[in-house]
Ligand binder design. Structure first.
Ligand SMILES: [Zn+2]
Length: 264
């Protein structure tokens, strides 16, 4: 599932391909992807709009248009963007095609159809209405903010990190990664963590995002000590040589090293 680093890389790809381009035509191939707007209205309102600027908040990508509306893109479990010259074969599972004036097409691809696309009036209002927490990679998001959010929280550190209403951007894979580098067992209760441990989690979160974005989220470019290269039971821990364990919770798998992420 695309998490903060993936969406940041999609944003960078968007900037280097489609930014400042004008939309000649839009084809919605599956209107189940659209939220709060019909495909006809979406096609009419996107036609002749120019992509002016991009922002990311957590796992959401926002593209400011010159029409005073903003295109909101969420990638669900499996979504991504593709950019091809018109006439090349269309990617499988394309749900929306943005036909650009420069002769290229931008495709919103989403095999499992759990993504969402919409036009919103204002990005800040959207973030507020959806009750999203602060973007965890933003420079404005500081340790003091993180400490405040963690104060008095119940439940495990992993599920707290993944709660988008508290912190925007972290999902299943990166919560494991952050805790792996922090030497913390994922199902430790938040109220069992001391200030030093929380501070480590905050710093490792910034480090993990920075490295993942620098690697353009390509496996071969990740640092060799990253857990996401070893997400399978019985693998050798790339930090201490211990054994990687898997634990299921709410139908999803969490991975950790039983040697250096000990239960309290
Ligand atoms: Zn280890």
């Amino acid at each position: 599932m695309p998490e903060l680093p993936e969406v940041e890389v999609f944003r960078q790809i968007f900037n280097s391909s489609a930014l400042n381009q004008k939309v000649a035509k839009v084809d919605v191939l599956d209107d189940g992807i659209l939220e709060n707007i019909s495909s006809r209205a979406f096609e009419i309102r996107m036609k002749n709009a120019t992509f002016q600027a991009t922002h990311r908040h957590g796992k959401y990508l926002f593209v400011e248009l010159d029409t005073e509306e903003t295109l909101m893109i969420h990638f669900g479990m499996t979504g991504y963007l593709e950019y091809y010259k018109d006439g090349e074969e269309e990617p499988e599972y394309s749900r929306i095609v943005f036909n650009l004036n420069n002769g290229y097409n931008l495709y919103y691809v989403c095999p499992r159809k759990l993504g969402r696309v919409s036009l919103v009036e204002d990005e800040a209002d959207f973030i507020e209405e959806n009750k999203l927490g602060p973007d965890t990679y933003s420079d404005e998001f500081k340790w003091e903010d993180f400490r405040e959010i963690m104060k008095g929280k119940r439940g495990s550190i992993k599920t707290t990190l993944m709660n988008q209403q508290l912190l925007a951007g972290i999902g299943n894979v990166y919560s494991d990664e952050i805790l792996f580098h922090s030497n913390i067992y994922p199902f430790t209760e938040v109220n069992e963590l001391n200030e030093e441990e929380l501070r480590t989690i905050f710093e490792k979160m910034k480090m993990v995002f920075e490295q993942a974005i620098k690697a353009e989220v390509k496996e071969e470019k990740f640092p060799k000590n990253f857990l996401l290269l070893k997400r399978s039971e019985g693998e050798e821990c790339p930090i201490c040589g211990g054994m990687i364990k898997r634990e299921k919770y709410s139908g999803r798998s969490s991975y950790y090293c039983e040697a250096h992420q000990k239960k309290k």
